[in-house]
Design a protein around this ligand. Structure first.
Ligand code: PRX
Length: 654
C-alpha cells in the first residue's frame, strides 16, 4: 500500500441524527446497543454463546463457544448440532405458517406468493428429490439459476440434507461455471432452461451443457427447471426436469441434525491473483450472524416486507435473501430481472406493488437510477418504505443524499453496511434509530465485531483521516472457515500479513474524530465493478487467451455508475492495429471477455501498445498504468523502462 492511498481526500461533514419517529418504534435503542457492546467487550465468547442459544434452535446444545486450537481455522459451537433449513422454515410454521415468505415477481410481470408452509413443503420435496438422485451430506451441488424462488428452494433443500451448495451467478459464462464445478468436485448441477434479464432470455442450460462438455467428470446429474420455456437439449441418463424430479416426492423431509461446523456452502470470489477462491462457510456461526444482523441492522419485524435486490449468486443474496430474513421469519421480495426493465421505474413499481418497507441495494444501482432523474421515482407511492440500505462499495455522498431525499423522503434511515463474502454478514454498519449517519461512512462496528485500522506494523491508527489496513482483531462466528481445497491460501490471504494476529480484510480505511469508519477501497488490485469484485488477473487471462493478444494488463478507473470501469492495456500479436482495425479488434476483445467471464467483466476501454511497462523483477507497473488510465500525471520513475516511447502509446498519443 503506498502512502498516497492512505490519505483521505473525502471531507464529508454532514451528520444525520436518527429520526425520532423511527427510533420510537425500532427494535433496538441506544441503551440496548450499549449493553450489547459492553457484554461483547467484557466476554467476547460468552456474548456470542448467549446469542447462539437465544437465536438458534439446536438439536444438540454446544458446550464450547470458540475453539481456537486450530487457529486461524477457528471453530464455533463445534460440538453442537442443528439444521439451518429447520431454523429458517419449520420453526415458523406454528406461528406464521400462512404468512408469505416470498413475494416473487418475474421480469415479465408474473407474480407468486409463497407462504412459509408452502415454502417448507417445496423445500422438503426438493430435498427428497436430491436424495433420490443420490445426493448425500457433504456432496457439492452447483446451483446456476435465474433469480426465481426455486433458487432459494434449492439452497434450502441442500441445507436440509447437508449437501454443500455452491451458487454460481447466472450471469457468469460457461467457462467460469466449468472452473467452479471442477474446483468444487460437484456431483450435481441445478439449473434452468433459461431466465429473463433485460428483455432477453439467458440460456442457462445451454451454458451448462457447454461447461459440462469439457472436464466436469464429477457431475452425475443435472436438474433443469423449466422457466423461460426456451427449449433446451436434455441428455438422457444425466438430465432431469425439476418437475419430474419432485413428482413422486413427499412433502415431508426430516431435517438432518448437522454439526455446527458442517460446511453450509462454498461461494467463489475473485482474488488478486490466480483462480477464484471457494470461500467456505459454516452452518451455525453463519446462520447466527445472518439472523442477528437481519434483526439488528434491518430492524425486521413481523409486518415488514424486506427487499434485498441482490442475486443469490452473490453473498448478499445468500445472507439477506436465502437465509437471514427467513431465519427471522420475515417476508422477502424476489425479482427476476433487470432494474431498468422495461424502464427505470421498475424497482419503484415493485416497492409500491408489494408494499416494500425495507429496501437494500448497491450504490451502483442507486447511481444508475439517480441518473434517470427524480421524476421517475416521483410517479410511485414509496410511502411504505421506512429503512434503506446499501452494500458492495463505498457510496459517494451525492448518491447517498439522493437516496435519502428522493427515495427515503428524508424520513428513512440509511444503513451503509460494510462486509465481504468472507465475513458472512454485516460487520460495520449503523444501527437504525440509534447511530447518527454520515454520507459515505459505514459508521461503527457492530457489537462483537472487533474491527480496527492498523499500520504496516499492526499498530492501531487512531489519528483522524489517516488510513491503514482494515482488520478484525477477534474471530467472529460467521467468518469464513477456509478456502475450499486450499487452506494454505486461506492462511496466506487473510492471516499472514500480521502473523496470524488478526483477519486482514484487504481494504484500506480511515477513522474520523468520532471514530467513524470510512472505507477507501481495496489494497490489492482487485477491481470493484458495480459492487462486484473482479480479479484483474482473471480479465487478463481471458484477454491473453485470445489468439491476437500477446500480453494484457488490466486496471480500474473511476466510473460514475459502476464504481470502477475496466481499462485494459493490450500488447497484440503482430503489428499494433490502428484506426478501423483497432476499433474492430477492440470490439472483438470486449465480446471475447464477456464470453469468457460474463458481461460484467467486459473492459470499458482497450488501448494497444507494443509493450507493457514492467519493473526489473518483471512485475507490471500497475500504479503507472492506473495513473494513465485515469489521465493523471505520471509521478513514477520511468527511467528503467526498456522503451520509454511506449508511454505515449499507452496514453493513446502515438
Ligand atoms: O471493498 C469492500 C467492498 O466490497 C468488498 C467485498 O466484496 P464482496 O465480497 O463481493 O461482497 C460484497 C457484498 C458484501 C469489500 O472488501 N464493500 C462492501 N461493502 C462496502 C464496501 N466498501 C465500502 N462500503 C461498503 N458498505
Amino acid at each position: 500500500m503506498n502512502d498516497k492511498r492512505l490519505e483521505s481526500i473525502l471531507d464529508e461533514q454532514r451528520v444525520f441524527p436518527p429520526n425520532p419517529e423511527f427510533a420510537a418504534g425500532a427494535r433496538f435503542d441506544a441503551e440496548r446497543l450499549a449493553a450489547m457492546q459492553a457484554a461483547a467487550e467484557a466476554d467476547h465468547d460468552g456474548y456470542w454463546a448467549g446469542l447462539a442459544r437465544e437465536l438458534l434452535h439446536w438439536r444438540q446444545p454446544f458446550t464450547q463457544a470458540l475453539d481456537a486450537s486450530r487457529a486461524p481455522n477457528y471453530r464455533w459451537f463445534a460440538d453442537g448440532r442443528l439444521n439451518v433449513s429447520e431454523n429458517c422454515l419449520d420453526l415458523h410454521l406454528a406461528e406464521r405458517g400462512d404468512k408469505p415468505a416470498i413475494l416473487f415477481e418475474g421480469e415479465g410481470g408474473d407474480r407468486r406468493r409463497i407462504t412459509y408452509r408452502e415454502l417448507t413443503a417445496a423445500v422438503c420435496r426438493f430435498a427428497n428429490a436430491l436424495r433420490a438422485q443420490g445426493i448425500e451430506a457433504g456432496d457439492r451441488v452447483v446451483i446456476y439459476m435465474p433469480m426465481v424462488p426455486e433458487a432459494v428452494i434449492a439452497m434450502q433443500a441442500c441445507a436440509r440434507i447437508g449437501a454443500i451448495h455452491s451458487v454460481v451467478f447466472g450471469g457468469f459464462s460457461a467457462n467460469s461455471l466449468r472452473e467452479r464445478i471442477i474446483d468444487a468436485g460437484a456431483r450435481m448441477v441445478i439449473t434452468a432452461d433459461g431466465g429473463h434479464r433485460g428483455g432477453q432470455i439467458v440460456e442457462l442450460k445451454k451454458a451448462t451443457d457447454k461447461a459440462l462438455a469439457d472436464g466436469c467428470d464429477s457431475v452425475e446429474t443435472v436438474i433443469v427447471l423449466k422457466r423461460a420455456d426456451c427449449g433446451c437439449a436434455m441428455q438422457a441418463g444425466r438430465d432431469i426436469w425439476w418437475a419430474d424430479a419432485i413428482e413422486a416426492q413427499p412433502e415431508h423431509c426430516e431435517p438432518l441434525a448437522l454439526e455446527a461446523e458442517h460446511p453450509l456452502f462454498l461461494l467463489y470470489t475473485s482474488g488478486s491473483t490466480g483462480k477464484p477462491k471457494g470461500v467456505q462457510h459454516s452452518s451455525a456461526g453463519y446462520l447466527l450472524h445472518a439472523r442477528l444482523t437481519a434483526e439488528l441492522v434491518f430492524d425486521l419485524r413481523d409486518d415488514d416486507v424486506f427487499w434485498c435486490t441482490a442475486d443469490v449468486g452473490w453473498i448478499t443474496g445468500h445472507t439477506y435473501v436465502a437465509y437471514g430474513p427467513l431465519a427471522a421469519g420475515a417476508t422477502i421480495v424476489m425479482y427476476e430481472g433487470a432494474p431498468t426493465y422495461p424502464d427505470g421505474g421498475r424497482f419503484w413499481s415493485i416497492c409500491q406493488k408489494h408494499g416494500v418497507t425495507v429496501f437494500y441495494t448497491a450504490p451502483t444501482a442507486i447511481r444508475a437510477l439517480m441518473r434517470l432523474g427524480d421524476d421517475i421515482p416521483a410517479q410511485y407511492d414509496l410511502s411504505k418504505l421506512r429503512l434503506l440500505g446499501t452494500v458492495g462499495e463505498p457510496i459517494n455522498p451525492e448518491a447517498w443524499i439522493w437516496y435519502h431525499e428522493v427515495i427515503g423522503k428524508q424520513r428513512c434511515p440509511i444503513v451503509d453496511t460494510w462486509w465481504q463474502t468472507e465475513t458472512g454478514g454485516i460487520m460495520i454498519s449503523p444501527v437504525p434509530g440509534v447511530t447518527p449517519t454520515k454520507p459515505g461512512s459505514c459508521t461503527k462496528p457492530l457489537p462483537g465485531i472487533a474491527a480496527d485500522i492498523v499500520d504496516e506494523d499492526g499498530n492501531s491508527v487512531t489519528e483522524p483521516g489517516h488510513g491503514g489496513y482494515l482488520v478484525i482483531r477477534k474471530p467472529w462466528p460467521s467468518m469464513l472457515r477456509t478456502i475450499w481445497g486450499d487452506n494454505e491460501r486461506y492462511q496466506d490471504t487473510y492471516w499472514k500479513k500480521f502473523g496470524g494476529r488478526f483477519y486482514v480484510a484487504g481494504d484500506s480505511a480511515h477513522r474520523d474524530a468520532d471514530g467513524y469508519f470510512w472505507i477507501m477501497g481495496r489494497i490489492d488490485d482487485v477491481l470493484n465493478v458495480s459492487g462486484h469484485r473482479l480479479g484483474t488477473m482473471e480479465v487478463e487471462s481471458a484477454l491473453v487467451a485470445h489468439p491476437r493478444v500477446a500480453e494484457a494488463a488490466v486496471v480500474g478507473r473511476p466510473h460514475e455508475i459502476k464504481g470502477e470501469a475496466i481499462f485494459a492495456f493490450v500488447v497484440p500479436r503482430g503489428p499494433r492495429p490502428a484506426g478501423d482495425e483497432a476499433a474492430a479488434l477492440t470490439a472483438e476483445l470486449r465480446d471475447w471477455v464477456a464470453e469468457q467471464l460474463g458481461p460484467i467483466a467486459k473492459p470499458d476501454d482497450i488501448r494497444f501498445a507494443d509493450n507493457l511497462p514492467k519493473t526489473r523483477s518483471g512485475k507490471i507497473m500497475r500504479r503507472l498504468l492506473r495513473a494513465i488510465a485515469r489521465g493523471e500525471e505520471i509521478t513514477q520513475d520511468v527511467s528503467t523502462l526498456e522503451n520509454p516511447a511506449i508511454i505515449a502509446q499507452l496514453r493513446g498519443e502515438a
